[in-house]
Every structure is written in structure tokens, then in C-alpha cells.
Design a protein around this ligand. Structure first.
Ligand code: SF4
Length: 486
């Protein structure tokens, strides 16, 4: 913890002082593989962006006072044109600008972001806030700021292509306006976020995505918060907020049909079955395959035709069952961490999937991955499209045919499995979610993982993906039992 409030804490505190306070006082997190991968991506993008921006002076970051002094000295040194990692302090707040570049007698403030630039999109509000915070603190500390610029990954960039890897985006106007808004609350945020005592929390829409909601804050001990209502908008939340939880909602609350279904199940506390909707299971044709992919999205493409952040499947698991109740056979593929495996993987997959029977998936993700592979390998497109035509999305059965109060209004496999199949669980797995799976593979591919750990990590990836398809086998059985067909 530092006494001074930094950008992360301030921006959280601008929306909710309590959340800013929690972040400011939280111990440093030990990152899992998913977060470790995102840290690596951020560091890698910064490194490449600095090289792209040209020769500049890298300043020290610690200790804080020395970093601030170093920035001040470099800014007044007329020979310096481009400075990286500058540090500013103002009004109890600390900010680091990724770069500043001399612009006449003033400076351009430059923030490097890992996001992708698309000419037709509005600037990301988070990026505007990031720059506005730095603009406010650097300006308050005396830096004459000419423009506020983002450096983003160029969406047109291709491996071995001619497009530049980065682009500048000038956000001066919108950033200046936002910085003025921040200035108006800066002292209050700095004081409350940095205080010893936690500011009094209040239920607001931002609580919906807050990590502290359930464990430490206003959602603690509430089993049925309003945020369990699917796709609840801020407007609807504000209108219903005074009821505090779902069990207190009146029968005539303004809800969509989908929202009402979830609310009714949570209020009744018993599952709801729709036999007609379960009838969709008749469409499943045997033999059945159960398929799951894992994918990773590298910021700079690993393969020539890919765009930045394009998803690349690197693993699949497949269970095959020839008839209801018959034994299951497992097949799997995990890419090597060198070279281009995609064609081999696709051919192996097509072979493993055969040409008859349904292919059960859970969500639309596998269809998306197959579509990508069809685009990448046009010669295999007919075969891949035939596979797509055999897909059956089991999640739809739980979306439309069966709701259980313990699903808490969700239908993801991680929510449904523990309720429907109590003896099968992700808990004991080392890699037990998609975010960590892609992180493990990404870190292996870019060679930042200790070589000695790689065999065990590969095994953990295989077991995770295998459980995903075994979960589908068991959920399919459970769904059949629900309609009395099992
Ligand atoms: S749960 Fe809500 S009130 Fe509590 S810290 Fe998070 S956003 Fe703020």
C-alpha cells in the first residue's frame, strides 16, 4: 500500500469511494495464469510500442520521490524530446504517463494501451478516463500539456505485412473535458480512498461487477441480489433498487419474460421444468460427440493471415458415445508451443468427429471456432460446415427447458454442473477455468514459463478440457432424466 492514491484506486473511487478504498488498502494479488498472461501482454505491448515510438529516455519508477525528481529534471532538460515512464504527484495523487513527447514549448501526453484501434469505433471510455486522470495530475504538477494521445495496436497490422503495428489516437478534447470533471472530485476521492476508515458503502449499479460486493460489502449475506436478474439495465435497477433483493419484488414488477422466469424460480425456491422445451432433445442423433475448444487471442498475430487479438484454438477435447448409456471414448488434442498446428489440428478433429451423429457443445463458442477454421482453410470449408450443421447446443436446453434456483439465473456450465451432477467438479483441478487455460498456453507459447513446469502444465490443460466434455456427457444424461427419457 502507498499513502498516495494512484490511477487504479482513483478511477475506482470516482465511481464508488468504497471500492477505491478497498483497492487502495488491498494486499498485492498473486496472479493466476490468466492474470499473469494479461500482465505479460501489457508489458509486451508497452515494450514494442516504445520501440515503435523512437528513441527516448526511460526514467526510473522507484522510489517515488526520486522518480518525480527525475521526471522534473528531464522535463527541464532541453535536449530531451521523448521520455518514458514519467511520474507526477499532485494533490495526494500519483500518476505515471507512459510517455511524454516535446511538442513546441509544451508536451504531448501519451498513454500506451493494449487495445486494438478501429477507425469506426468511439474511444473506449476507460481509456479516456485513464488519460484524463494522468492529464489532471501531470497538468496539476505543472506539465504544460499540448495534446493527449493514445497509442493503440493497429487493427490492420499483420505478421510480415506492411501496416504499422500501432496508431496514435488524439483524444485531447474529450480528455480535457473529463479531466475537468475529475478535478471537481479529486480532493474528495483522494481523501476518502486514502483514509483509514472505509467510506460508507451504498448499493449502486456499479456493485453489479464489483469484486467486493458479495464478500465484503453491500451484497454480503444476501442470497438473491437484484443483480441476478439477467441483463438488468441501470434504469431498471434504479427503479427496483428499493426492494433490495429478488424475494421482495412484487408480482407486477416491470420485467422481461426471461427476467420474470428467473425471478419466479428464485422466489419459489423450486426448479421449473418446461417439458415442451426439453423436447428439443429429440433432435440429438446418435452416435453423439461432445466437443469443447480452448483458444487464445495474442495481441500481435502468430500467423500471417490473423489480425491482432484474433482467437486461435489450441486445444480440443472430445467424448464419443455411440448410444444412450453406452461407454464413452475420449479423444483430445493440445497444440505444441512452436510452429503452426492449426491445419493438423483441424484434420485430426474432422477425423475424430466422423460424419454422422450430433455434436453436442455448450454455448455458441465452438460454432465460432469452427467458422474461423473454415475461413482459414477454405479447402476444408465444406467438411467443417457439415460439422457445424451437426452441432447441438446443450446450454439452450437449460436456458429454455429447466431452471433451478441454485443456477442463480445463469446457465453457464460452471453454474449448472454442480447443481445437476454433484459428483463431478472443477474444484480439484489446478487449471479450472478458461481464463487460466488460455493464460497457461499463452505463457508457454511466448516462452516465459519455466521449462520444467511445462509437462505438468500441459497435463493440467488436458484434464481441464476433458472435464468440460465429460460434464456435457453427464449434463446430457441429466437433461434426458428430467424429461423421463433417461
Ligand atoms: S459493492 Fe458497491 S458499494 Fe461496495 S465497494 Fe463495490 S461498488 Fe462500492
Amino acid at each position: 500500500m502507498t499513502d498516495r492514491v494512484d490511477k487504479r484506486d482513483f478511477l475506482a473511487g470516482a465511481a464508488c469511494r468504497t471500492q477505491g478504498w478497498y483497492l487502495h488498502h488491498a494486499p498485492d494479488e498473486i496472479p493466476g495464469p490468466g492474470l499473469h498472461w494479461r500482465f505479460w501482454v501489457g508489458g509486451h505491448v508497452h515494450e514494442r510500442a516504445r520501440a515503435w515510438m523512437g528513441d527516448g529516455m526511460m526514467l526510473r519508477r522507484t522510489p517515488l520521490e526520486a522518480a518525480v525528481e527525475g521526471t522534473q529534471a528531464s522535463v527541464t532538460d532541453a535536449s530531451q524530446q521523448l521520455l518514458f515512464e514519467t511520474t507526477f504527484i499532485w494533490n495526494g495523487l500519483v500518476a505515471r504517463a507512459d510517455a511524454i513527447r516535446r511538442h513546441g514549448i509544451e508536451w504531448d501526453l501519451i498513454e500506451i494501451k493494449s487495445g486494438k484501434f478501429r477507425a469506426d469505433e468511439k474511444p473506449n471510455a476507460e481509456y479516456v478516463d485513464d488519460l484524463a486522470y494522468t492529464r489532471m495530475v501531470a497538468g496539476g504538477a505543472g506539465l504544460k500539456v499540448a495534446r493527449s494521445l493514445l497509442v493503440l495496436i493497429n487493427g490492420e497490422y499483420r505478421l510480415n505485412g506492411t501496416a504499422e503495428p500501432f496508431v496514435y489516437m488524439d483524444l485531447t478534447e474529450v480528455v480535457n473535458a473529463r479531466a475537468v470533471e475529475f478535478q471537481a472530485i479529486a480532493s474528495d476521492v483522494a481523501a476518502k480512498v486514502g483514509a483509514d476508515e472505509r467510506p460508507t458503502p451504498e448499493l449502486i449499479f456499479a456493485c453489479r461487477k464489483c469484486d467486493y460486493f458479495e464478500s465484503d460489502c453491500v451484497g454480503r449475506g444476501i442470497p438473491d441480489p437484484l443483480f441476478l436478474i439477467p441483463r438488468i439495465s441501470e434504469k431498471k435497477f434504479e427503479a427496483l433498487k428499493h426492494y433490495e433483493c429478488i424475494s421482495r419484488l412484487p408480482a407486477d414488477a416491470d420485467l422481461t419474460d426471461t427476467q420474470r422466469r428467473v425471478v419466479e424460480v428464485l422466489q419459489a425456491g423450486v426448479p421449473k421444468v418446461d417439458p415442451d422445451a426439453l423436447g428439443v432433445l429429440d433432435q440429438v442423433q446418435w452416435p453423439v460427440r461432445y466437443l469443447d475448444f480452448e483458444s487464445v487471442s495474442p495481441p500481435f498475430p502468430w500467423f500471417e493471415e490473423c489480425e491482432p487479438y484474433q482467437m486461435v484454438p489450441f486445444q480440443y477435447s472430445l467424448h464419443q458415445q455411440d448410444a444412450p448409456g453406452a461407454g464413452v471414448v475420449h479423444k483430445e488434442y493440445l497444440a505444441p508451443t512452436d510452429g503452426d498446428w492449426r491445419l493438423y489440428m483441424t484434420e485430426q478433429l474432422l477425423y475424430d468427429l466422423g460424419t454422422t451423429g450430433s455434436i453436442i457443445v455448450y454455448s455458441s463458442f465452438e460454432k465460432q471456432m469452427l467458422g474461423l477454421l473454415a475461413k482459414t482453410f477454405p479447402a476444408l470449408a465444406d467438411q467443417i460446415n457439415a460439422v457445424i450443421a451437426r452441432l447441438f447446443d446443450l446450454e439452450q436446453v437449460f436456458k429454455n427447458g429447466y431452471q433451478h434456483p441454485e443456477f442463480l439465473g445463469r446457465t453457464s456450465i460452471k453454474k449448472v454442473l454442480p447443481v445437476m451432477v454433484r459428483d463431478l467438479s472443477y474444484q480439484s483441478l489446478v487449471v479450472n477455468n478458461g481464463d487460466d487455460a488460455l493464460g497457461v498456453f499463452g505463457l508457454m507459447r511466448v516462452k516465459v514459463m519455466d521449462e520444467k513446469l511445462v509437462p505438468a502444465r500441459r497435463e493440467q490443460l488436458l484434464r481441464y478440457c476433458e472435464l468440460d466434455t465429460m460434464a456435457m456427457v453427464r449434463l446430457h444424461e441429466a437433461a434426458e432424466e428430467l424429461r423421463g427419457g433417461g
